[in-house]
Design a protein. Structure first.
Length: 317
């Protein structure tokens, strides 16, 4: 039995929910919270898939307390996920968060458990991710500290989530003060994140994760990142909210952590790994002109169906 509470965020992917529950069944957590966004208006397929996704929760049939937060109407990514996590932390002081397209290995849960306990009261740390996108990392310790709170399987504390403001009303003031320039040293990173946060603030991007990142940066909080990737994202394709294109092929494999658990001696950013992630995972320059045009033409050439699905989301942002 696994004692830490787990929040499962679901929507309209019953097959993905089934796969996550299959992993949880091996772990047998004692408490599972389920938060579900509602179907989109006048979308009959959504109604059916949302219903089937919620029916999968009945397969949590081990000794477990299941709490549900089911929305009748669609709030969208930012509002629904924010609502679910806030509900979770009104009931728990710490916990693990999984979206329905994130399939963790069992090492992920141990990793979260150890670090949730170790950094429980350390205000320098705000998040624990199960993701490692720095494929060429040479970290000797079991984990390192990053600016990036990757959210394909992660954990945090209520003390950190209380600092979350989904509308980031403070962003214009931070922008005037050139706050981003203090967080990111390279001009291309500064331009990239300023553009992303402008669009997020103006609701051109429906994301809860970008506000979460900004709130952590604003409060000088870092993210614990494993030396190896522990969670696989299966949410790629035309029905995905953000990972529409298969062109970038971000479906990272998962690995077991070494048995010997080694903590870093200092809580400082690993800039080498963060730079690699920016260049090779986020591919930041692809969102800035003129690289953006080149990137779109590559998607059109190599994956035309993905291009047409993603076109309106990408070109005018």
């Amino acid at each position: 039995m696994f004692k830490l509470p787990i929040l499962l965020l679901i929507f309209n992917r019953p097959d993905s929910v089934k796969k996550v529950i299959k992993v949880l069944k091996r772990l047998k957590p004692l408490k599972v919270y389920v938060s579900a966004d509602g179907p989109r208006n006048r979308n009959d397929l959504d109604y059916d898939l949302c219903k089937k996704s919620r029916e999968e929760i009945f397969n949590i049939n081990w000794k477990c307390k299941v709490s549900k937060n089911y929305l009748n109407f669609n709030l969208g990514c930012r509002d629904a996920v924010s609502n679910g996590i806030t509900w979770f932390f009104k009931n728990e002081k710490l916990g693990i968060i999984l979206e329905d397209d994130c399939i963790p290995n069992l090492d992920f849960f141990k990793f979260c458990e150890i670090n949730l306990k170790k950094y429980k009261n350390d205000e320098r740390v705000g998040c624990i991710t199960g993701n490692n996108f720095a494929l060429k990392s040479t970290v000797r310790e079991t984990y390192y500290f990053s600016k990036y709170p990757h959210c394909w399987g992660w954990a945090t504390w209520s003390r950190a989530w209380r600092k979350y403001k989904k509308d980031i009303a403070f962003w214009p003031n931070l922008k005037r003060k050139k706050f981003i320039d203090k967080i990111f040293l390279k001009k291309i990173e500064q331009k990239y994140w300023t553009k992303i946060l402008d669009h997020t603030y103006n609701r051109k991007i429906d994301s809860w994760a970008y506000p979460w990142s900004l709130c952590l940066w604003r409060n000088n909080m870092l993210t614990i990142t494993p030396k190896l990737n522990l969670v696989k994202n299966i949410g790629f394709g035309k029905n995905a909210t953000h990972t529409v294109s298969n062109f970038d092929d971000n479906r990272y494999k998962t690995y077991k952590l070494p048995k010997k658990y080694v903590h870093p001696k200092k809580i400082i950013v690993n800039y080498k790994n963060d730079n690699y992630v920016f260049n090779n995972h986020l591919k930041g320059k692809n969102f800035l002109y003129p690289y953006r045009i080149i990137h779109l033409f590559k998607i059109l050439f190599f994956s035309p169906m993905s291009f047409y699905t993603k076109f309106k989301k990408v070109l005018f942002q």
